[in-house]
Write a protein that binds this ligand. Structure first.
Ligand code: SAH
Length: 353
């Protein structure tokens, strides 16, 4: 099969919201700034009927950087002895939520390393406490791979959403990025379980991770097309100096923006953040992300004194200013490009009948 010209493939994607693997390769590999501009315009058009000019905010609470895993790209991997470790206690976490609530956040994202101290019981207790005090808020968990039974308990405790990037949909690439005890098949099993249990589920990957090719990216897009996640998190790979990938080049911001647009066209209703990694790599990364089709930002609500310890990669963006100040600036920068930061849960738009 001959995949066709990238412009035609973009039109096909806009009509059919799916492509064959080789077509994805041709579309991704055919990147030019002009093609990306076309894709961004289409992405904005597809977002409009579902979300208008609304940007949703999520309060990100990075509550532990202890991790039992050893992912080669990640600065908080267990074998990084130079990472000062921390974990927030219940009161600290609730106080982050309190600050967030006052500022207008209606979604809290609890993200962390895979920290065994946070047993199922402790996570459930936290989720219940947050939902009891702020019933109209959504709680999102992003704490890695657990057993089905654990996920079920989290759901019963009231957790609404779960973010678990698949990282790469290619077996061989997955093994290059992870230690032998981790597997793509288990990660994908977790994602399917989360969806079945009724979580609004988020997948995603880094752009430009070592070993990534147009072929592996095509597999990522095919996976998203099959899995139909509610949320997709993508951001550039950024090296961390205390990892085996210290000397690897950062991913491309332009390619990340292009892929954001393609994902919006593929999944028009998807919740798509302009990630911190994108904001770290590109000046005005968040604004550029919105113009490429994103509709979510996840400002950091973690306490000031731990923010520089959740270092997945070098130079991670965190404004020194307090959360309130950061939010005001975000609202202004979004308003300047015609978007409006709103204070609601920001659930995924329903599918059209
Ligand atoms: N332990 C949780 C949360 C991981 S951190 C889990 O396993 O899901 C959230 C995301 O940060 C990861 O899924 C990964 O895609 C991204 N990340 C980690 N290290 C990174 C790096 N060096 N550059 C860019 N993104 C990175």
């Amino acid at each position: 099969m001959i995949p066709g010209h990238p412009t035609q493939l973009l039109q096909k994607l806009s009509r059919e919201h799916r492509l064959a693997p080789l077509e994805w390769e041709a579309l991704i590999g055919g990147y030019t700034p002009e093609l990306a501009a076309q894709a961004a315009e289409l992405a904005r058009d597809f977002r409009e009927p579902f979300y208008g000019k609304k940007i949703f905010i999520r309060g990100l609470i990075e509550f532990t950087n202890y991790c039992r895993n050893d992912c080669l790209y990640c600065g908080i991997r267990r074998s990084n002895r130079n990472a000062p470790r921390y974990r927030l206690n219940r009161e600290e976490i609730l106080s982050c939520c309190e600050t967030g609530w006052e500022l207008g956040f209606r979604t809290f994202v609890l993200q962390g390393g895979e920290d065994p101290w946070f047993t199922d019981e402790r996570i459930c207790e936290l989720v219940r406490a947050i939902k009891k005090r702020w019933p109209e808020c959504a709680v999102t968990l992003s704490i890695g791979e657990r057993e089905e039974e654990s996920y079920r308990k989290f759901r019963e405790a009231g957790a609404d959403r779960y973010l678990l990037r698949h990282e790469t949909a290619d077996e061989c690439h997955y093994r290059r990025l992870h230690p032998p005890e981790l597997s793509l098949s288990h990660r994908l099993d977790c994602l399917r379980t989360l969806k079945r249990l009724g979580f609004q589920t988020g997948a995603g990957f880094m752009v430009g991770s070592p070993g990534q090719t147009v072929g592996t990216l095509a597999k990522d897009l095919v996976f998203l097309q099959e899995f139909q996640p509610d949320m997709v998190g993508i951001g550039p790979f950024l090296p961390h100096h205390d990892t085996p990938f210290a000397g690897e080049p950062a991913g491309s911001g332009e390619l990340t923006l292009y892929l954001l647009s393609l994902i919006r066209i593929l999944l028009p209703q998807v919740l798509l953040p302009a990630t911190t990694a994108l904001g770290t790599l590109l000046p005005n990364g968040r604004e550029q992300g919105m113009l490429a089709g994103a509709n979510v930002v996840m400002p950091n609500l973690s306490p000031e004194d731990v923010r520089d310890k959740y270092t997945l990669y070098d130079n991670k963006l965190h404004s020194g200013s307090e959360a309130a100040e950061g939010l005001r600036r975000l609202q202004e920068s979004m308003a300047a490009i015609g978007y409006q930061v709103v204070c609601d849960r920001g659930d995924r738009a329903k599918r059209q009948p």
